[in-house]
Design a binder for this molecule. Structure first.
Ligand SMILES: *Cc1c(COP(=O)(O)O)cnc(C)c1O
Length: 368
């Protein structure tokens, strides 16, 4: 019998993934079992006991045999009330990452471009690529601030449908001043998406611009999450505040019933515990100041932070080695040292006072 090449379909060969995804690697944040986990900017405290109690009893009233409220009416109303906007300006999804994906599905895609300014949140680029959106990347100043000349250059050269800002910027820490965001809005030809995952830690929010309704305010899109300040990373809930047309576009591309009933309940109840959230934020801001002051006395370069993390660069030791020595002391921080524009940098999340003490002691030791 002559040997013939088997038909690849008969062999059950898998199709290749889309050619434009082939070069992409997934998003990873290495998790190691340690005593002090300061690598992913989560809240160090759980939500308050009162929330858990209310959530438990609320769960028992859910009709689990029925699809959830597709419009998440109560949750959106509660969020709208808390931000002083109308509910038709609010859309919720499974984490703010799904919000970013919806925005890119609706407004990005093949033949369209999103602009961003690095170093910044890597998922903006990643999700853009997955949705087939081209990425035009500008750079920040050496202090990691926006350079409006650079912004103008990128916007004029690439005519992006979406311009991403991240304020406070992860992983560098600073919030963009409101007048700069306003200036970007004036220059940008399309939507300006401000990722405010750390908004409550910062001195200002672009929400003021949106509520004020000045020039371009209808193109301003503000993305928030329950993952950080609300101590609810495990719930996966985020939301966007924008013009009703942007909200409708998100509703168009999201899967039906994407937001389960338990999650809608969890978020709505959380908004009843603002005082507790603000107390956690205040504690973390105070700890942030304490860490910053201690870092100032060590051989590291640091940058001011408006978020719940601090970027620092050991000046007399290799970042990777410092990271490993911290790990030996059971303290896990984020190694950003090989990310573009962040040569030799590490990022530490602000934790509880005793966790921060552990970090500072281990860092001091590892820099000796
Ligand atoms: C942590 C973080 C998020 C959160 O994403 P979720 O999907 O809501 O957990 C979004 N944007 C930035 C910049 C972040 O650092």
């Amino acid at each position: 019998m002559a040997s013939v090449e088997p038909d690849p379909r008969a062999r059950g060969a898998l199709p290749a993934v889309r050619a434009d995804l082939a070069a992409l690697t997934g998003y990873h944040s290495p998790q190691v079992d340690v005593e002090v986990r300061l690598n992913t900017n989560e809240a160090p405290l759980p939500p308050p006991p009162g929330w858990l109690e209310a959530y438990r009893s609320g769960l028992s009233a859910i009709d689990f045999n029925r699809y959830p409220d597709r419009d998440a009416t109560l949750l959106r109303q509660a969020l709208a009330d808390s931000h002083g906007v109308r509910p038709d300006r609010v859309f919720c999804a499974n984490g703010s990452n799904e919000i970013l994906q919806c925005l890119l599905l609706a407004f990005g895609g093949p033949g369209r471009t999103a602009a961003l300014f690095e170093p910044t949140y890597t998922l903006h680029r990643h999700i853009a690529r997955i949705t087939g959106t081209a990425v035009a990347a500008g750079i920040r100043t050496d202090q990691f601030l926006l350079d409006l000349g650079e912004v103008q250059r990128v916007l004029e050269a690439h005519d992006p449908v979406i311009t991403f800002l991240c304020s406070p910027n992860n992983p560098t820490g600073r919030a963009d001043p409101i007048d700069q965001i306003e200036a970007v809005l004036t220059m940008a030809p399309g939507l300006v998406v401000v990722d405010e995952a750390y908004g409550q830690f910062a001195p200002s929010s672009a929400l003021d611009l949106l509520r004020r309704g000045g020039p371009g305010a209808e193109r301003l899109v503000i993305v928030r999450t329950f993952s950080k300040t609300w101590s609810m990373a495990g719930v996966r809930l985020g939301y966007v505040i924008a013009a009703p047309e942007v909200i409708q576009a998100c509703q168009l591309v999201v899967l039906p019933y994407h937001l389960d009933a338990a999650k809608q309940l969890a978020g709505r109840l959380a908004l009843g515990f603002v005082t507790e959230m603000e107390a956690r934020v205040a504690m973390l801001k105070e700890e942030r100041g304490r860490i910053a002051a201690a870092l100032a006395g060590l051989p590291v370069e640091t940058w001011p932070s408006d978020a719940n993390f601090i970027l620092f660069r050991p000046t007399a030791a290799k970042a990777r080695e410092v990271w490993a020595r911290l790990l030996d002391a059971s303290v896990l921080v984020r190694d950003c040292s090989e990310w573009p524009g962040l040569d030799g940098c590490l990022r530490v999340t602000v934790g509880l006072p005793d966790e921060n003490d552990r970090f500072l002691a281990a860092l001091t030791e590892s820099l000796r």
